[in-house]
Design a protein around this ligand. Structure first.
Ligand SMILES: Nc1ncnc2c1ncn2[C@@H]1O[C@H](COP(=O)(O)OP(=O)(O)OP(=O)(O)O)[C@@H](O)[C@H]1O
Length: 282
């Protein structure tokens, strides 16, 4: 981690989903939903932050607002000294180069007809990366996500779920971002494949110094991966801190309840063969 201040600083982030549509006679107007309520956190260079919480707690909405995929109602997201909330058009596109997102379902995010090599090249070209047309560009990225270069000629249906997620990660890395946001990026995968992808994220952080925000409802996954943990409930942060500390001595009842689903998240990790610090250090 660097001493030079956060790479990303989120403060007072608030998102309200307005309930539109017809009001039925005699029925009250459905209330607006405050999906994210005054969320603040910093992300350091090379840090991995995990965002935990049950379904509907607002995790995805936070990261969608941070990546400016949806507009927040209030708050600031400062990246490289610039508040992303104030950017539009070409400035916003330029900022997005630094902040890439990997989603849960790699199949829907990949064009089924496009060969893997072309899909990776396209991600580089979309951000004006020099050399993106060179074969080496695609080969290097395939290598970083540990896929053989021969996969460049395949199409998504030829790949397993885990391999497709590796391609999605390669596309996210194509513009050489400072931050990768992974939104439930391993949730749809088998446990053994989850382990491989979690280890890949850890290696990528170690090799490139990229910062990662990793959203998951699976505490064992976050235990293996995250330096720091943010626990969300009903749109608010109820607890945050060093992952090991939060999981070993949770201060909030809600965190304790989440943990109760995993009698021993560290043991669960050892079963998965994950070797991150905190998983084995008991
Ligand atoms: N586009 C939308 N319009 C209206 N309400 C929404 C929309 N997207 C999410 N919500 C609601 O906002 C709340 C937070 O949803 P969000 O998806 O951020 O939670 P989450 O913690 O990521 O849960 P999950 O893992 O199930 O997606 C939920 O009550 C959800 O139903």
């Amino acid at each position: 981690m660097s001493d030079s201040g956060p790479v990303l600083s989120v403060s007072g982030l608030t998102k309200i989903y307005r309930r539109r549509g017809l009001r039925l006679p005699g029925q009250p107007r459905p209330a607006d939903l405050v999906a994210v309520d005054s969320v603040s956190f910093d992300l350091a260079a090379g840090e991995i932050i995990g965002i935990a919480g049950e379904s509907g707690s607002g995790k995805s909405t936070v990261v969608k607002c941070v990546a400016r995929l949806i507009a927040a109602d209030e708050g600031e997201v400062v990246l490289g000294g610039v508040n992303l909330m104030s950017l539009k058009g070409s400035e916003l596109r330029a900022a997005r180069k630094s902040l890439q997102v990997v989603f849960q379902d790699p199949y829907s995010s990949l064009n089924p007809r496009l060969q893997i090599g072309a899909a990776i090249r396209e991600a580089g070209l979309a951000h004006g990366i020099d050399g993106a047309r060179e074969p080496r560009f695609v080969n290097d990225l395939l290598d970083r996500v540990r896929l053989p270069s021969s996969y460049a000629a395949r199409v998504p249906r030829d790949l397993s779920g885990g391999q497709r997620q590796r391609v999605a990660i390669a596309r996210a890395l194509a513009p050489n971002p400072q931050i990768v946001i992974a939104d439930e990026a391993v949730s749809a995968l088998d446990v053994s494949v989850q382990t491989e992808i979690v280890n890949l994220f850890l290696d990528l952080r170690d090799q490139t110094g990229v910062s990662i925000i990793f959203v998951s409802h699976q505490l064992p996954v976050l235990s293996a991966l995250a330096d720091r943990l943010i626990v969300m409930k009903s749109g608010r942060i109820v607890e945050s801190g060093e992952t090991k500390k939060v999981l070993r001595a949770p201060e909030d009842d809600y965190t304790r309840a989440l943990l109760a689903a995993y009698p021993d998240p560290h043991k669960a990790l050892r079963r998965r063969g994950l070797s991150a610090e905190g998983a084995n250090d008991e």
